[in-house]
Design a protein around this ligand. Sequence first.
Ligand SMILES: Cc1cc2nc3c(=O)[nH]c(=O)nc-3n(C[C@H](O)[C@H](O)[C@H](O)COP(=O)(O)OP(=O)(O)OC[C@H]3O[C@@H](n4cnc5c(N)ncnc54)[C@H](O)[C@@H]3O)c2cc1C
Length: 380
Amino acid sequence: MTRYELFTEEHEAFRASVKDFVQRELAPHAQEWEEKKDFPREIYERCGELGLFGLKYPEEYGGTGPDMIADAVVNEELTLCGAGGVAAGLGAHKDLGSYYIYRFGNQEQRKRWLVPGIQGKAISALAVTEPHAGSDVAALKTKAVKDADHYVITGTKMFITNGSKADHVVVAARTGGEGYKGVSLIVVEKDTPGFTANRIATVGWWTSHTAELVFDECRVPAENMLGEEGSGFISIMKNFQWERIVMALAAVRAAQKTLDDAIAYAQSRTAFGRPVAKFQTWRHRFADLETEIHAMRCLTYHALRKMAAGEDAMREVSMAKWMACDLDWRVADEALQVHGGYGYMMEFPVQRAWRDSRLGPIGGGTTEIMKEIIARTYGL
Ligand SMILES: Cc1cc2nc3c(=O)[nH]c(=O)nc-3n(C[C@H](O)[C@H](O)[C@H](O)COP(=O)(O)OP(=O)(O)OC[C@H]3O[C@@H](n4cnc5c(N)ncnc54)[C@H](O)[C@@H]3O)c2cc1C
């Protein structure tokens, strides 16, 4: 019998090896990297060496898959590295930029960008969001105008993870008229004249490079287009399912860690002559959160199981995404509360869990958008 009818013994052994890497090579540096608001590029290469970027891909590109369950295990374990931005930077490369190139690119494009991506030698990003178009993807305005065998790209992208670190960026741009049918995906390399990336300060995820990207008449070869002209919007919607399920899985794992740490703190802190964890109000709040986390784990694994089986899981993925991310944030808020004044101090890690978890209900499609999708699946 496999755990949750998902994870085989091989997956569990793999999980142990990823956990070992995360706990030995990432977690001990989390504080230092937070202070620097950055983490080394070599970490991408190290992940490449360990095969953590290749689980979704066949051997011909240097992968060891496809094994989507093993790939999801990587997200679950990376989230425990102690710095949300590190997991976000590695995840945006693994599940967004690189995965788009594999899913929607041709052989040539995969060899050029995916192979070094799997090795961790080239970092990728995905740029969809714009200053005036986030949830409403079909309203994006960045233009790509055909000029002989090139596209000339002009526009601005906003909040792009890995934006100021990436070697190549998958850009959603308008090659046609208004609406979703006019959107295409084009890869822009970082040294393309007219391309600039400006890092933006964020509330959490301090170590990841969140950036505004400006394209000022960037000339890009027409062969950099991923898939057919006008197919970009559909491709974005397809990959959202994977982005959202891994966000949900990571949120459940993060919530459990934050709660475990909060309970340990409440057991060691005394007030009125007894451990804080012994007050009924806290025992019940912890019991509530343990219950919610357990329920969320079952829902996220159910959604993952359906996806891995090739079934339509849009409803379950949307449910898992909003609820797990919301739960992670609420757990972090309760964890901060049980720390009292120490929870508000920068030297206690709970503040980071609190700041980092706040992105979950916003990124990858907001909670409100998830509920719109769920309502639609019920014909509402
Ligand atoms: C740290 C960070 C990293 C990110 N990384 C990336 C990245 O790598 N690549 C990328 O392309 N994007 C990225 N994003 C962008 C992210 O996906 C968007 O912020 C998100 O989709 C919301 O879009 P918006 O910010 O434009 O908000 P808006 O779309 O302007 O929404 C504002 C508010 O209105 C609500 N709203 C909008 N439409 C509806 C509706 N129909 N019904 C009800 N409420 C609605 C929203 O839920 C939200 O509360 C990142 C964002 C952040 C903060």
